[in-house]
Design a protein around this ligand. Structure first.
Ligand code: RIB
Ligand code: CA
Length: 311
């Protein structure tokens, strides 16, 4: 499966990048970065650094949006993701990221239109720009996967809003209205995709891969934040990596088709809305929301991919 990944690394974005690199069935075609958990500059550097750790500098990194379409002041989250976005890890000053122009993404899509999908696990601003700049091309992309939203469950940034959809609700609505087919992995499922400290230690002990030290370091850093907001889970949800798991394991999840929209007005900003009545309006768009999954299968897959074939 060829994937163009949009991300704002960010700890769980990093785990998603690692999952994509290590998964034998994923071909990572490029990473488009954006502001979100950290600034677009830190996010870009982190993405390039993660690729370099595995010797995969052949995969292009493209710098995307630096702020939301609304132009509102952007909040970053160093207290959650670390001062530069990789928990306790700071890429050395000597590391120079090789950045490709944003427009390269259109070339990648055009050349691979038959079998490429887009996965966006950050704020959706860069993706909305892409639909604005090249609508005739982007509207042909067969599937788009978004990590975001919270459907009739609490948000994580406000009582009703999840962070990605809250960050740029205008952009999410652009994508929802323009994309051919959208799959959404909301907090309803990603909050339950928990990787515990013990699992991170287990992966550390089992693998000889390039992320041996990084995986427990970032997971434990993230877990310290979740100790405060979700006491007792002894780990952290891996929202973004779950989205990649879903993409390859749809048949093991419970997914519903409903039209989705995101509130823009203050007060409800970022709230994701879908018609969840027993008898609901016939959907007009191809929007699919993941509502349930098999946790044990997810965890076994996450461990298998991160430990790697050679262990
Ligand atoms: O709400 C979870 C999302 O917000 C994830 O993509 C995480 O990286 C944060 O940005
Ligand atoms: Ca993210």
């Amino acid at each position: 499966m060829k994937i163009l990944l949009f991300a704002d690394p960010g700890i769980d974005d990093s785990l998603a990048i690692i999952y994509a690199l290590l998964h034998p069935d994923i071909e990572l075609m490029g990473i488009v970065t954006g502001y979100g958990n950290v600034s677009v500059y830190d996010a870009t550097r982190n993405a390039a650094f993660l690729l370099a750790l595995a010797g995969r500098t052949d995969i292009p990194v493209m710098r995307g949006a630096s702020q939301p379409l609304s132009g509102t002041h952007t909040i970053f989250y160093p207290e959650i993701h670390g001062p530069e976005g990789l928990g306790p890890i700071i890429p050395p000053d000597s590391f120079k990221a090789d950045i490709s122009p944003f427009e390269l993404m259109f070339e990648i899509i055009e050349t691979n239109m038959e079998d490429i999908v887009i996965v966006d696990v950050g704020r959706q601003t860069s993706l909305a720009f892409a639909y604005n700049l090249r609508p005739e091309l982007m509207e042909q992309v067969k599937e788009v996967y978004l990590m975001g939203g919270a459907f009739m469950v609490p948000g994580n940034v406000t009582d009703v809003a999840e962070a990605n959809f809250w960050g740029d609700p205008i952009a999410v609505n652009v994508v929802l209205n323009k994309a051919k087919k959208v799959y959404i992995t909301p907090l309803n499922v990603t909050n339950r995709a928990i990787v515990t400290r013990d699992i991170a230690t287990y992966i550390f002990n089992q693998t000889r891969g390039p992320y041996k030290y990084l995986i427990p370091a970032v997971t434990n850093y993230y877990a310290a934040f979740y100790d405060e907001v979700m006491p007792g889970i002894d780990g952290s949800p891996v929202h973004d990596a779950f989205t990649l798991y879903f993409l390859l394991n749809k048949d093991k999840t419970y997914t519903i088709r409903r039209d989705v929209r995101v509130a823009i007005v203050d007060g409800n900003r970022g709230q994701s809305v879908a018609d969840l009545r027993m008898v609901y309006e016939e959907p007009k768009f191809e929007h699919y929301i993941v509502m349930d999954f098999d946790y044990n299968d997810f965890l076994a897959d996450f461990i298998r991919v991160n430990v790697g074939e050679e262990g």
